[in-house]
Design a protein around this ligand. Structure first.
Ligand SMILES: [Fe+2]
Length: 280
């Protein structure tokens, strides 16, 4: 049977894609950021996941204000890097896993999560930057990817509790897929940041680390954090962190942390990264 073996949380700061693509990862500014992912790169080489369910948000690349899906799952064979204004990143196409994706879509919908099904779309930095951070610059990405896009751009965005419950439903879906697959789930986005207005540049390391702490162990307190707390404590864009709760929910009752990294500054935010294993 397919099984979720690990969860990864990571910021998806677009500047890191630029740094990697322009060979600047060893520059003084970027080195402490990329160094924090070296452990994970080695670990991923050993883990060899077959499929990654990659929870991210689109930044007006595939969707715009005409269509705003709350939860969308990519069921396509292949996704191209999106053009985000400077041309598409020169990274490999993302290969999907349609059989598992359709199975998850069916399972989630019968489990009363009304997913939007996407057969064709381009994927932006929200999805490709985490791949770069975890896998570097290979000829082809070493795992199949199921994109799971969440609306955290336009209110109303889903609650943390709903995201956690979606993760639990994803775990049930994966566990009922008959093929023997090593599946990881990644939650991306965050951490505290605000891009505009008088509080632009807000970073709250104390709150970010409280959130990272809360992902580990048996507590499910994070699922009850209201939107207003994200806005107050983590700025207008910190709400992206609800996507990490889908990853956490999918890991079950208890987790342990096997790697963690937090660094300020990274662009106008903090970089946060954690690797979790489910405790059986
Ligand atoms: Fe983002």
């Amino acid at each position: 049977m397919a099984r979720i073996t690990a969860g990864v949380g990571s910021s998806h700061v677009p500047l890191l894609g630029v740094a990697a693509d322009q060979g600047k990862t060893q520059d003084a500014y970027f080195k402490p950021i990329f160094d924090g992912y070296e452990w994970t790169k080695q670990w991923e080489r050993e883990q060899k996941p077959d499929v990654i369910i990659l929870v991210y948000n689109d930044h007006a690349s595939a969707f715009d204000m005409k269509i705003v899906p709350t939860f969308a799952i990519g069921t396509g064979e292949r996704y191209k890097p999106a053009d985000e204004g400077w041309g598409p990143r020169q990274v490999p196409d993302v290969e999907g896993h349609p059989d598992l994706a359709w199975h998850i879509a069916q399972s989630l919908i019968l489990d009363e999560f009304d997913m939007t099904i996407i057969n064709e779309m381009d994927v932006d930095h929200g999805l490709t930057v985490p791949l770069t951070m975890m896998f570097g610059a290979p000829e082809a990405w070493p795992a199949k990817i199921i994109p799971l896009a969440v609306n955290v751009v336009t209110y109303p965005v889903p609650s943390g509790n709903r995201c956690w419950a979606l993760g639990e439903a994803i775990a049930r879906a994966v566990a009922s897929f008959p093929e023997d697959l090593n599946v990881q789930i990644w939650g991306t986005g965050g951490m505290s940041h605000q891009l505009q207005g008088p509080r632009a540049g807000l970073i709250n390391p104390e709150w970010d680390n409280m959130f990272l702490d809360g992902l580990v162990g048996t507590s499910d307190a994070l699922r009850r954090i209201p939107h207003v707390e994200y806005i107050r404590e983590t700025g207008s864009e910190g709400i992206e962190m609800v996507m990490w709760l889908i990853m956490r929910g999918a890991l079950g009752h208890e987790t342990r942390s096997i790697h963690r990294h937090y660094h300020v500054p990274c662009s106008n935010t903090a970089i946060g990264h954690i690797v979790l294993e489910p405790v059986a």
